[in-house]
Structures are given as C-alpha cells and as structure tokens.
Design a protein around this ligand. Structure first.
Ligand code: NAP
Length: 314
C-alpha cells in the first residue's frame, strides 16, 4: 500500500506492506481521508499516536470500500462503502480497523467527501450530546465555528433543535454559516452580548473562555472544551461557577477505547446518518488534494482562514 509517512517532520508517500485484518477487523481501500489539527501536531512531534496505531502514518479518519474481512466480522461484506475514525494511519491507500466502529456511507454521498465526515462529526456529536446533554430549544454556542468541527457542531445543533450561535474571527463567513444552521454569527468580542448559553462547544480554548464565554452562561450550563489552539490556561471564577451550577468539562477522542468509539458510532448511526443521507447534514469541503500533493494539503490546513474540511483523495 501507499502511505503518507512522517520522518523527522518531513512528509513523504512511501510503499508499505498492506496490513491483514485481524479478528473483528476489516481492510478498507481508502478513497478519502480528512486532515485534522492532530495530524499537524503529530508531524511536529507534539501528538504521538496512541499505543496500537502506526507511529509514523498520520490520519484519524477515512472513507472507502471494504476490500477484505478478518475472522468473526458480522454485518459487513467486501465492497461495502464505509467510513470511520482510527487512532492513526488513515492517510494511506489502505487501513485496517475494528468493524464495530464503522459507519456506512450513504449512497448519496461522494466517497471522497465522506472521508471528511467521521472525525469532525464524531467529535462534535460526542461533545454536544454525550458531554453537553443538549436539549431541544436550548442555546448552543460554537466557538472557532468555521472549521471542520465547528461546521459539524452548527449542523448537529440545528438538527437537534437548538438555537445556535457561531463565533468566528472572519465575519465574511456569515452567510455560509447561517446556511449550515447558525441562527446568528458573531465576532468573539460579541459572544457575551449574544448570550446566555446552555451548552458551549469550545474549540478555541483559554482565550475564548475568558473573552466572554464564561460570563455568558445560563444556570446549569455545560461548557465542553475540545480545542486549545487559543491557550491551555484560563483564570476561572469558581464562585460564579458554583452560583450558576456550571459544568466545565473537556474531552479528547483519539485515545478512546474501541468500545467507546463503537458506542458513539451506534448513536450517530441512529441520529446523524439519516440526516446525512437526505442532505440535511453535509460535509463542507474547502479543498481536495491527491496523496502526492500531501505537503500542499498540510500547508493549506496550517494557513488557517478556512471554512470546512481539507481532504486527501487517495
Ligand atoms: N478533543 C478532540 O477530540 C478533538 C477532535 C478534533 C479536533 N480537535 C481540536 O478542535 C479544534 C478545532 O478542530 P477543527 O478540525 O475544526 O480545526 P480547524 O478546521 O483548523 O478550525 C479551527 C477554527 O478555529 C478558529 N481559531 C483558531 N484559533 C483561534 C483563535 N485564537 N481565536 C479564534 N478562533 C480561532 C479558526 O479560525 P480562523 O479560520 O480564523 O483561523 C478555525 O475556524 C482544534 O484545536 C483541534 O485540534 C479536538
């Protein structure tokens, strides 16, 4: 197989032995693999793959076609169109993964574009539903809302009946974010005035939390920290949290157990896949790059100012 490979922070495409699927696993011929911030950090040596996953092949998400089944796989056949999250190794022509964590790609969705769905939508779904306990009619704030996870979170919030506020630095994105489901789009400096919020998907981190978010919460609000590109340390008024019965929590997806990932996938199958199939949910794609132009893809991701996903076409 061909695999994007990191050697001393240099990216290249190398030939590797195609892995054989173990018990309960499938071998997928990858069509599309989305880029994520974790890949950029892994390349810089700051975010190593968790145990059991390739140490030098990046990639947390893929979509493709099942090429072979390992022993004891139920419910899938060779040729099925599937997508999923992995702990690493997705930016390659082939990947093996546990069948219980797979989602089927709807017929209506391009298989390459589907490669940008799993990581962002799983992260956003888990944050909003499993950590944020969002209820219909509640007010959801998504910060850093124009990126992959943000655009997924806006759409999931709308799907679940929330009033959605999107916070972005570049307000020229307003129309696109409203089309995805945002009720309003605000600059980070106006987050407080547009509140209060019941659930916050915090994709920026400390700078955002202290710039209005923590001062704009309803009683019993749930703040879920997912990204910390804007800083890891924030001063928090604990008395205010006590008075408001606020929950401040955080989450990472990559190192979760197979069982946890399978549980989230099962819930997404019920809640998100029908909406994806009928087009209520979509994967906004900024750009597609071939495997051979992987360096350009990483450069474009790192440059920022993007709406939606960057996807490697394998
Ligand atoms: N915890 C997890 O399991 C998990 C999973 C996936 C992703 N993440 C993290 O979640 C974050 C979002 O992921 P993503 O895939 O959506 O990334 P992305 O596509 O790069 O989007 C990031 C967004 O955040 C904005 N942003 C970055 N720094 C900012 C700052 N200091 N102030 C205001 N806005 C800022 C960017 O705006 P501009 O366009 O203006 O730069 C961009 O719209 C990343 O930090 C990523 O590492 C965590």
């Amino acid at each position: 197989m061909r695999a994007v490979t990191i050697t001393d922070e240099i990216l290249s495409v190398q030939d590797r032995a195609t892995p054989l699927p173990e018990s309960g696993c499938v071998l997928v011929a990858v069509a599309g693999a989305g880029l994520n911030g974790a890949d950029i950090m892994q390349r810089r040596g700051l975010y190593p793959a968790p145990p059991g996953w390739p140490v030098d092949v990046p990639g947390l998400e893929f979509a493709g076609t099942i090429e072979a089944l390992g022993p004891d796989v139920e419910g899938f056949r060779v040729g099925d169109r599937v997508m999923g999250i992995v702990g690493g190794g997705a930016q390659a022509s082939h990947v093996t993964t546990d069948a219980t964590t797979l989602l089927r790609v709807p017929d209506s969705l391009d298989l390459v574009v589907a490669g940008g769905f799993p990581e962002a939508f799983t992260t956003a779904f888990d944050a909003i539903v499993n950590q944020g306990f969002l209820l219909p009619g509640e007010r959801l704030l998504v910060t850093g809302a124009a990126g992959g996870v943000g655009t997924a979170a806006i759409q999931i919030g709308r799907l679940l009946g929330a009033d959605v506020t999107a916070s972005v630095r570049d307000l020229s994105r307003r129309d696109e974010l409203v089309a995805l489901g945002a009720n309003r789009v605000v600059n980070p400096d106006d987050v407080k005035d547009a509140g209060p919020y019941d659930v916050v998907v915090e994709l920026v981190g400390a700078a955002s939390l202290t710039n209005g978010v923590l001062a704009a919460l309803n009683e019993f609000a749930r703040v879920v920290v997912i990204g910390v590109g804007g800083g890891t340390k924030a001063e928090v008024n604990l008395l205010g949290m006590m008075a408001g019965r606020i929950t401040l929590t955080g989450s990472t997806l990559r190192a979760r157990s197979r069982e946890e990932k399978a549980g989230i996938a099962a819930a997404m199958k019920q809640v998100l896949l029908p909406a994806l199939a009928e087009g209520t949910l979509s994967v906004p794609v900024l750009a597609r790059y071939s495997l051979d132009t992987v360096n350009e893809a990483y450069e474009r991701f790192s440059a920022g100012s993007k709406l939606g996903k960057i996807i490697l076409e394998v």
